[in-house]
Structures are given as C-alpha cells and as structure tokens.
Write a new protein. Structure first.
Length: 328
C-alpha cells in the first residue's frame, strides 16, 4: 500500500462506469463501444508517464477483464508500468429513505464473493464511493451514518480478502454552498466514517482515504484562494482523521486539471501532517488526453503526452514541488 504513494506517486482513477464513459466520449463525439473504451484506457496505461508517477490504477469491472489489441491483459500492462491494479467494487447509488437528493451506495450483499474473484484476477486494492450532498437541511446525519457504516463493512470484507480498501466519502461540489458548509459536511462525514471503521475493527494502517478537498460549491460566486482551500482542508483532516492512517489520496471532484494540482501542492508545501497526501484523480488526470485523442489513432502519441504531463505535475504536487512555470 505504501508503494502506491511512495515518492509522490498517486492513483489513476480509470473506473468510470459505462454510462459515465459515454458522457465523456459524447464530448468528443466518439461512440462508447467496448472496443473504444478499451482503446482509450490502453492508451493511458501504455503512456510513458505511468512509470514513476502512477502507483495504482482503479479499474471498472469491464476493464479488469479486457486485453490490449495484441492480447496482453490490461492488468499485466499496468504491472509492466510498475503500478498496482485495483478495482471499483460498489454498484452505484440508490435513494436514501426515498429522498430525492440523498443517496446510499449499493453492492454490499455479494461483495465478499466478488472480492474473492477480483483478487484471483490480480486486483490488489479496491474502491467504494459514498456520496454526500449539501443543500437545505442536507446532509442529514442519518445519511452520513448509513454511508459510513457501509464503507466500514466494505473495508472489513476487503481486508478479509487480502486487499487494501480505499474508502471514498465524497462530499459533492454541486451547489452554491460556501466553504464553511463544505467544511462542516466533510468534518461530520469523516468523523462518522472513522468511528464506524473502528467499530468494524478495520485495520486503519491498512486503509487509504479518498476524500474531497474542502471547497465552496461549483455555483458559489465568490473566488476563494488556493491557500484558503489548502488550509481549510488540512484543518478538517487534522480534526477528523487518525494519525495512523498511512495515505490520503484526494479526488478532484470536478475541479479543473490545474486547480486540483495547485490545491494538492499548496497542502504539501504547508506540511506538518502525519499522512502521505497524494492524488486519486479521474478527470483531472484524463481531460487533456481525452480532448487530444478524439478517438483517432493518429492522436494517440499526443494524447499520451498530455496524460504523462499531468501525471508528472501531480507527482510534483504530492511532493510540494510544483509551480505554475512547469505548466508552460
């Protein structure tokens, strides 16, 4: 597990469900077929920038079963780049107590048998995402606690199957809430999560946390500085996360590629925390590569260069060594 985040390495989240992948492909007018999805992910995993910058890759169920165009299993391709293969094991969201807004995550019932299968297929770590929304009277403590209980049960099952669980309680950026409202929701969520992990006797040093950063909502009008987000996120983590957790790998949560890198770098420049702070980005690692690729084989090299650049930038941010001059 320490290998995944050593020397500033982070995680590539390539576990988009097929409907999410279709939305991404729609933006570049590429049909979301199984072959096109495979070709796109193969492009990422074969990129030079995987080496030394990416320590783990989260896969979707379809992807862990696929091979490259020349017959190499994608799992083996990832290992060739000295990264570890992981797998998303939740089955998406369902309404919490018939709410129109609040959600809980599905997939706990058959998780044990699926983990057994994924381990045999080469997965060494897993991910389960819970979603917390901010709004009028949201999030409710009931929704937070139910998601935290499921995350804890998931983590215990995964550890029993000899894999490392990534627990992802994402407080969504959607909305016009201010940074204090995000802080409060994130703090309540993390406190409930670690209380429940303890209740389930989850081995905390054998777990990775994948949280949101503490930011205002995407529709919030006022500009908030990079330093404010970094300071508020660190304050929240110090208040809510035990020191024996080895690593925190942030999700980007809709932030742009450069902004998510800036926030991560600012936190690592501040320092003074017991955990490794790194990245587990999806869009914030892939957006440039996707827009460059456009589904065309002649664009593969340029798309790989775009991905490799972002991977290196985020490694530097995880070491507190990034600067805007490196983006030129």
């Amino acid at each position: 597990m320490n290998y995944i985040v050593e020397n500033g390495k982070g995680i590539l989240a390539a576990d988009e469900s097929n409907p999410t992948c279709k939305k991404r492909f729609d933006t570049i007018s590429v049909e979301s077929t199984e072959e096109n999805r495979r070709d796109y992910r193969q492009l990422l995993f074969q990129a030079e920038g995987m080496l030394n910058n990416i320590g783990g890759v989260i896969l979707f169920d379809e992807t862990i079963r696929q091979s490259t165009s020349d017959g190499t299993a994608l799992v083996d391709l990832i290992k060739q780049k000295k990264a570890l293969p992981g797998i998303k094991v939740d089955k998406g969201l369902t309404p919490f107590e018939n709410s129109d807004i609040e959600k809980v995550t599905q997939g706990i019932e058959d998780l044990d048998s699926r983990c057994e299968e994924y381990f045999k297929m080469g997965a060494l770590f897993t991910k389960w995402r819970a979603v917390i929304s901010i709004g009028n009277n949201f999030p409710s403590q009931g929704c937070i606690d139910e998601n935290a209980k499921l995350l804890a049960r998931y983590a215990k099952i995964v550890q029993n199957n000899n894999m490392v669980p990534i627990v992802e309680p994402e407080v969504l950026m959607d909305g016009s809430h201010n940074i204090q409202e995000c802080y409060d929701a994130t703090s309540r969520t993390l406190k409930s999560l670690f209380q429940n992990l303890e209740k389930e006797n989850v081995d905390i040093p054998g777990t990775i946390l994948k949280p949101n950063m503490v930011t205002p909502g995407s529709d919030y009008q006022e500009k908030i500085s990079i330093e404010t987000v970094a300071n508020e996120t660190l304050r929240c983590l110090h208040e809510s996360v035990p020191e024996n957790l080895p690593a925190i790998t942030f999700l980007s949560g809709g932030q742009s590629e450069t902004v998510s890198t800036e926030h991560l770098d600012a936190m690592n420049k501040i320092g003074g925390f017991p955990w490794k702070l790194s990245f587990s980005f999806g869009r914030a690692l892939q957006a440039g590569a996707l827009q460059t690729w456009l589904g065309k084989s002649e664009n593969v090299d340029a798309a790989q260069s775009a991905f490799s650049h972002r991977a290196l930038m985020n490694k530097k941010a995880a070491l507190g060594q990034w600067s805007i001059n490196l983006e030129i």
